[in-house]
Design a protein around this ligand. Structure first.
Ligand SMILES: NC(=O)c1ccc[n+]([C@@H]2O[C@H](COP(=O)([O-])OP(=O)(O)OC[C@H]3O[C@@H](n4cnc5c(N)ncnc54)[C@H](OP(=O)(O)O)[C@@H]3O)[C@@H](O)[C@H]2O)c1
Length: 250
């Protein structure tokens, strides 16, 4: 996909997990990268090292996506380094995994601020650097539209995220910016280790998924690449499910 060569992408939360796989896939297609992280600098630097092996530039920026000032400062750095942005992948996420009756409003705000609210300043900052048009993709989960044990706060934040994507898609379409969601099924990353019922989730997924295996970070990354291609130019405001068919099972 030569068309991606020399484009510039910001992937939030790309020090590890799915974000890292997306950043690496973009680098394989010749895209210059901005790697964002919050705590794990060494993981971010390792990812950057792998990315630079593909002959592309890589800027590493520590910024909490839930803090507006840090998001705006990150865009200043991107502007200084690249003076443009073509792709924003809003991937960073966090949350408290508990049954609803154990959740506090602090837990709720934590999930909402990182997983849903952050897309607002991120897409505002990105759009300013996309006068040439571009792609904004938010990474979501099946929990945006389904009830999952211990997932009330995160699932609700993903629902809000997907609604915001549809509204942004309407407003940014006329500016040549595609805005979409990739809604993933369970992937065995660090994030899954925080689930009290991790083993049960993995076993249930293995047994049910029509494609017969667990989803990998690369499976999700490949769908992101598809959405970044010019062939996907008329896909707008959609949530594309990548789960090996898990969610269609009765
Ligand atoms: N794993 C799954 O089963 C699954 C399923 C469906 C959807 N998803 C979605 O896929 C995305 C990635 O998930 P993952 O499993 O790869 O997660 P992960 O392994 O926990 O990685 C999270 C990433 O986000 C960064 N991050 C966390 N809070 C941040 C903040 N406030 N500001 C900036 N960066 C922050 C982390 O940075 P540090 O390294 O610095 O901590 C890390 O790079 C999320 O949107 C998640 O909801 C995951």
């Amino acid at each position: 996909m030569d068309e991606l060569k020399n484009r510039v992408a910001l992937v939030t939360g790309s020090s590890r997990g799915i974000g890292r796989a997306i950043a690496l896939r973009l680098a394989e297609h010749g895209v210059h990268l901005v790697i964002n992280y919050l705590r794990k600098k060494s993981e971010a630097e390792l990812t950057a090292k792998e990315i630079r092996k593909h002959g592309v530039k890589c800027l590493v920026v520590k910024a909490n996506v839930a803090v507006d000032e840090e998001v705006f400062a990150m865009f200043e750095e991107i502007d200084k380094e690249f003076a443009r942005l073509d792709i924003l992948i809003s991937n960073a996420a966090s949350g408290v995994l508990k049954p609803s009756f154990q959740l506090t409003t602090k837990h709720w705000d934590w999930a909402m601020n990182i997983n849903a609210r952050a897309l607002l300043p991120l897409s505002q900052g990105a759009a300013k650097l996309m006068p040439q048009g571009g792609h904004i993709i938010a990474v979501s989960s099946l929990g945006a539209v389904r009830a999952i044990a211990n997932y009330a706060a995160v699932g609700s934040s993903k629902g809000a995220l997907e609604s915001l994507v549809r509204h942004l898609a309407v407003e940014m379409g006329p500016c040549g910016i595609n805005v979409n969601v990739v809604q993933a099924g369970a992937v065995d990353t660090e994030a899954l280790k925080h689930f009290p019922n991790r083993e049960e989730i993995l076993e249930n997924t293995r047994q049910r998924v029509p494609m017969g295996r667990l989803l990998t970070p690369e499976d999700v990354a490949d769908v992101v690449i598809l959405l970044c291609s010019d062939k996907a130019r008329m896909i707008q405001g959609q949530s594309i499910v990548v789960d090996g068919g898990y969610s269609i099972m009765a």
